[in-house]
Design a protein. Structure first.
Length: 280
């Protein structure tokens, strides 16, 4: 029997990841899969990467935040000054680069966009947002059925696993195949925020005797106060937005939110200096 812990969107929250990995051990997980966005936004990206690498996951795909690492390494940020979210991406990636080794940073930036593998006869399609891009809102929980059908179009996989939305999901394509999202380990959000505040989420996929037998969403408390102490200790950029998201379960990185933070902390000028220094 294969009992696979499916982990997505840790976002540098090692406090939440510790709770998830302890629970996965107690649930007798035999394997692990990583669906991207392991660093960025939280205070401990290196600890998160190291903890997951030790487990030798069966699959590890790139998230949109690791794609920012790749864009920085390949000098793709040319004109960004008026894009407030791009400023956030540069500043938070610079924080990660300070905490990750050059090898770790480049390794994360080189993860594949999409992986397919067969486990005991069951074929899995694994990606962060869609098989062709790590970003976008095509597969939000409220998306049309055709968007979910598109996730497995052209593939003979039985099951699609993806992250990115920070909201758990299990549904089927029109032709009856399964699509699952484990939610977010480190930055869970919800239209019903009280259900996500202070919680870590991951999925357990069970395959037994050549068949998919269960998908279980695990929702766990973790030590948010410990995480917030780390935010202060590490002088995390955008600390107010990270703190608000953790403690309320409501997404705290809107354009209005990040624009205000960028102006308050002069992050736009700092981002320009980081691009000029090219110290990735």
């Amino acid at each position: 029997m294969h009992k696979i812990a499916v982990i997505a969107d840790v976002h540098g929250n090692y406090s939440a990841l510790q709770a998830v990995l302890q629970d996965a051990h107690e649930q007798h997980a035999t394997d692990y899969m990583v669906l991207g966005d392991i660093g960025n936004r939280g205070p401990e990206p290196a600890a998160c990467v190291q903890a997951l690498q030790v487990l030798q996951p069966l699959a590890w795909v790139i998230g949109n935040h690791e794609e920012v690492y790749a864009s920085l390494l390949h000098h793709r940020f040319v004109t960004f000054e008026k894009n407030q979210k791009a400023v956030v991406a540069i500043i938070t990636s610079a924080f990660d680069r300070e905490h990750l080794t050059a090898t770790q940073f480049r390794w994360l930036a080189s993860r594949p966009l999409h992986q397919e593998l067969v486990i005991d006869g069951v074929k899995l399609s694994i990606f962060h947002a869609t098989p062709t891009t790590s970003r976008g809102h095509q597969a939000e929980p409220v998306a049309k059925q055709q968007n979910f059908d598109a996730l497995l179009a052209g593939s003979d996989a039985d099951i699609a696993l993806y992250g990115h939305t920070h909201q758990p999901l299990m549904r089927q394509t029109t032709d009856g195949r399964y699509i699952m999202n484990p939610g977010s380990v480190g930055l869970a959000t919800s239209p019903q925020p009280q259900l996500a505040a202070g919680r870590a989420q991951y999925g357990l996929l069970t395959i037994d005797a050549g068949r998919f037998t269960s998908w279980t969403l695990r929702v766990l408390p973790y030590d948010v106060d410990q995480e917030l102490r780390l935010v202060t200790r590490e002088q995390l950029p955008y600390a107010a937005l990270y703190t608000r998201t953790l403690t309320t379960g409501a997404f705290g990185y809107s354009n209005v939110d990040v624009t205000a933070e960028n102006m308050t902390h002069n992050y736009g000028t700092k981002a320009q200096a980081l691009i000029a220094a090219d110290a990735w």
